[in-house]
Design a protein around this ligand. Structure first.
Ligand code: SF4
Length: 326
């Protein structure tokens, strides 16, 4: 197994936030888009009363709404306030840090370049919070087309769900064009990059790599591409049941890798399936140890302690404790 492998701290917290909100406030609890790219995890949350919508305008006024790990644009946040939604903000603390950095750089007069996929929630959420000049760069060619107020005051920020391999050329081109290029204070989130590096290290040691996760998750698809490009036979495993004897016959060592939106349960199920098919020994490669675990939004921590049936009390009425909370 690669290390790290599977769900990152921010996505884990967003899922746990919905789970806790369902216990504390009761269903329905709304969220924009599916909060984790895994069919089983989404089905499970839906069965318990979570409702995933493509557009927040589909949410009835005053409903409980959870913002996912990669946040929402500022306009959507204001719209929720106007419509009296009871917002629980599970935006990952590392994404919130990017929002803060974006504002800080813009306040200091920088043109801010967001390197990321235009149209992604995370990119929209960052760009919407930049009061000054903001540019989204998705491809190398975009760098040449940039028009900035002052080439000596340009800064860039990286979308957290891009891996390092996707950004290295773009950042190099930005540095070449703007030698005084600035960026955020402190380290950016490396969860995606760490999983990609771990999968590549694994690929050198095994006969084949199974990338565990959903094909609908962009980080899983990218992991698959990167590992396949290294030359090792690579296969996407979306559910454990899909692995048959024929997939592992003749292999001595199979590698398991997973992106940041693959739940632990799915990785565990794949390991269990392999053990069922034949005797296996699990070897976790050396890699980045992730100790970080983000606490739930504070109102859920406290409400859960006071009111969750599973935690010793009656559930709060839907809509109770209306304060907007991170
Ligand atoms: Fe947070 Fe990083 Fe996961 Fe994005 S990839 S949700 S920033 S931990």
């Amino acid at each position: 197994m690669a290390k790290p492998c599977g769900v990152c701290a921010g996505v884990r917290r967003a899922v746990e936030t919905i789970e806790r909100a369902l216990v504390v406030y009761g269903p329905p609890v709304y969220a924009r888009h599916e909060i984790i790219h895994d069919r089983h995890a989404v089905d499970e949350l839906q069965a318990r009363g979570a409702v995933f919508v493509d557009d927040l305008s589909a949410v009835p006024d005053g409903a409980v709404v959870v913002f996912g790990a990669h946040g929402v644009a500022e306009e959507a946040e204001h719209d929720c306030e106007r419509r009296g939604h009871d917002v629980i903000d599970a935006t990952c603390p590392l994404v919130l840090k990017l929002h803060k950095e974006a504002r800080r750089l813009a306040d200091r007069g920088y043109d801010v370049v967001v390197v990321g996929r235009a149209g992604d929630d995370e990119v929209d959420a960052i760009a919407s919070r930049i009061p000054g000049r903001v540019h989204v760069v998705s491809h190398l060619a975009d760098v040449e087309r940039l028009e900035v107020a002052d080439p000596a005051r340009v800064a860039y920020l990286l979308q957290t769900t891009l891996g390092g391999l996707d950004t290295v050329d773009i950042v190099a081109a930005l540095k070449h064009r703007f030698p005084r290029l600035a960026t955020q204070d402190g380290d950016a989130c490396s969860a995606v990059h760490d999983r990609e590096r771990a999968a590549l290290k694994l690929a050198r040691r095994v006969d084949a790599v199974f990338v565990v996760g959903s094909g609908s998750a962009v980080t899983t698809r990218r992991l698959l591409e990167i590992v396949a490009a290294s030359g090792v036979p690579t296969r996407l495993v979306e559910n454990a049941g899909a692995i048959e004897h024929g997939n592992i016959d003749g292999l001595t060592a199979v590698g398991l890798a997973a992106g940041p939106s693959t739940p632990d349960k799915l990785v565990d199920a794949v390991v269990a399936r392999l053990k069922m098919l034949r005797p296996v020994e699990i070897d976790v490669l050396d890699g980045v140890e992730e100790f970080v675990r983000f606490r739930l939004p504070s109102r859920l921590r406290h409400a859960g302690e006071r009111s969750s049936p599973g935690l010793g009390g009656a559930p709060l009425a839907p809509g109770a404790a209306l304060s907007h909370d991170r």
